[in-house]
Design a protein around this ligand. Structure first.
Ligand code: FAD
Ligand code: DLZ
Ligand code: SF4
Length: 518
């Protein structure tokens, strides 16, 4: 019988479970740009344009395949919510069955679950099988395990998919993990090649012209938009990445530099998350490059681990933890998000770069997100709810299922260690080792106290000291706590005072500045 197939903005794959058996002769595909989705956080302008443009292009592709697409664009057919859009669609197409692939977040799943009661329809919610592992595989993995660590889930998926595996069941290169090769600092004379960008076509251009005015609460710059919005262009982005950046992806995976906001990273997360690319094809392309001798194993494994390992693991964790994951704060952190998160106006060079690049490009690479911005939020005790909302708003690839475990679990340790075995807390010395930010900073990463001491240093000790009851027994923090205990009382007091004076300035709404001596 005739059905409505409801396709969401992160389901732009023609192989989607809800479209697989669709019949162009009788089914109607419904897509919508509801106001609620554009405004539930102040999304980055490039993120809004990216999603809406990719949706409009996808609708065009479906029409070319012969489908009738009932599309509620926000300009000519405004809707408030997905439910509102379905109600209008059912008026025009009074069908008895609605089919949808399960939404990527609890909020929308809750809304969709009410449809069978609200409307006179049967509702078929299908699993999203664009991932390597069904949710049941994560549930099985989690059963009877005290600790849910990525590494074991990843190895399991290497085995079940055969990716980077030898015929005898051993991992290619005889090792599961090449991380120890992947911590190089970028040499001064090395300049990473730029990623492939795409000139906005008429659909994207129209959105770019309207987005600033139509979404006044959105954040970030829309100028300089160069994201792919079609599958064809996203496929070109994979090829370009594999040829130009994957070979050194592993070596410089953890590096940060003022010379490049993208280093050797892929910039594929947005495309994968909205469905323009499938994780399987991206991993297989990297594996082929390794097997054809184009890239070394540390690059191929390092990259594949991000998608087959981290991406699958965070997705499993998000659904496994339930809808209340993200609602509490292990450290009882309550400090409001400082204003400089929205304008980058902060004297700390690493934070300034990471936040400004985020607001300019809707992108920052993993180490900037984790070890600069996330680390700062963790050490200074920012409220996890506000921090998570910020991350959900500002990145091109931000959808709750992937953003929340990464921010709340990994960066903020706000789940008390369900995701990470220890907080990713680091002082300025780590940032200095992994980046070239510090040489051009008004602060000194080698100083702990004094007017030009790097704030990360005192904040690091302040964080460990104030959370000693919760973290003191963590075996992975034994060394820093021993160092803290062995410090003399005056040094400790000076560090605590240094951190408190920084936090006080921040609480007063002042952008902390290094005060000059003399
Ligand atoms: P690369 O570094 O080139 O990695 C390749 C691919 O691996 C990515 O495209 C992505 O699909 C996947 N990947 C890498 N790391 C992760 C990870 N930790 N979790 C899931 N997938 C991963 N990623 C998102 O897709 N959406 C988010 O909202 C998001 N929020 C984050 C928030 C914080 C605090 C942190 C620390 C990380 C977050 N990440 C998020 C993970 C990671 O930073 C991004 O996936 C990555 O920076 C995207 O850029 P890229 O495509 O150049 O990635
Ligand atoms: C994030 C987002 C935005 C900004 N706009 C839309 C939209 O117009 N239509 C849509 O279907 N989805 C949008 N999304 C993604 C949703 O908020 C949500 O994350 C997904 O629908 C979950 O599967
Ligand atoms: Fe960041 Fe400190 Fe280095 Fe400045 S000195 S760039 S604040 S780590």
């Amino acid at each position: 019988c005739k059905t409505i197939r409801f396709v969401l903005g992160d389901q732009l794959s023609t192989t989607l479970s809800s479209l697989r058996d669709a019949n162009p002769a009788q089914d109607v595909i419904v897509m919508a740009e509801p106001r609620d989705e554009a405004t539930y956080v102040p999304h980055h302008r490039q993120k809004i344009v990216f999603i809406l443009s990719a949706m409009r292009h996808f609708a065009q592709d479906l029409r070319e395949m012969g489908f009738e697409v009932c599309y509620f664009d926000y300009q000519t057919h405004p809707t408030s919510s997905f439910t509102d859009a379905l109600k209008l669609a059912l008026k025009h197409h009074p069908v008895k069955q609605v089919i949808i692939t399960e939404p990527g977040e609890w909020r929308i799943l809750g809304e969709v679950a009410k449809w069978a009661r609200t409307f006179d329809i049967t509702l078929d919610v299908r699993a999203d099988d664009r991932f390597f592992a069904p949710l049941s595989a994560f549930a099985e993995f989690a059963e009877n395990r005290k600790e849910l660590r990525m590494e074991y889930f990843y190895r399991q998926l290497r085995r079940t998919t055969g990716i980077l595996m030898e015929q005898d069941g051993k991992p290619v290169g005889d090792q599961w993990n090449f991380d120890h090769d992947n911590r190089k600092r970028l040499p001064d004379d090395k300049r990473p090649p730029s990623p492939l960008t795409f000139k906005p076509d008429a659909i994207t251009q129209t959105l770019l012209e309207h987005v600033a005015q139509d979404f006044p609460n959105a954040c970030g710059k829309h100028e300089g938009f160069g994201w792919a919005v079609t599958r064809q262009d996203a496929l070109k982005a994979i090829d370009h990445f594999i040829e130009h950046r994957l070979p050194l992806f592993g070596d410089y995976q953890d590096t940060m530099t003022v010379k490049s906001s993208t280093v050797y990273h892929a910039l594929l997360s947005g495309y994968i998350n909205v469905g323009l690319l499938l994780p399987d094809e991206v991993c297989r392309a990297a594996e082929d490059a390794y097997r054809n001798g184009k890239v070394p194993i540390n690059a191929a494994e390092g990259f594949i681990r991000q998608i087959l390992g981290w991406r699958e693991y965070v997705r499993g964790l998000y659904w496994h933890m339930g809808r209340d994951y993200g609602k509490s704060s292990y450290f009882d952190a309550r400090r409001p998000l400082p204003a400089f998160f929205w304008n980058g106006d902060i004297a700390m060079n690493c934070l300034h770069h990471a936040i400004t690049e985020t607001l300019d490009n809707a992108y920052a690479h993993h180490i900037q997100r984790l070890m600069v911005i996330g680390n700062f939020a963790l050490l200074s005790g920012l409220d996890p709810k506000e921090v998570c909302e910020w991350y959900l708003a500002v990145y091109i690839d931000a959808f709750e299922w992937v953003e929340l475990p990464n921010t709340y679990g990994m960066a903020l340790y706000a789940d008390g260690g369900k995701m990470a075995s220890k907080p990713y807390a680091a002082s300025g010395k780590y940032i200095n080792r992994m980046s070239d930010y510090c040489s051009d900073c008004q602060y000194n990463p080698n100083k702990n106290t004094g007017p030009d001491a790097c704030p990360f240093n005192a904040l690091y000790w302040h964080f460990l000291d104030r959370n000693a009851e919760k973290l003191g027994n963590n075996p992975r923090l034994g060394m820093p706590y021993r160092n803290w205990s062995s410090m003399n009382g005056n040094s400790k007091t000076a560090l605590i005072q240094q951190a408190e004076s920084f936090l006080k300035q921040m609480d007063c709404g002042k952008t902390p500045q290094p005060s000059r001596q003399g």
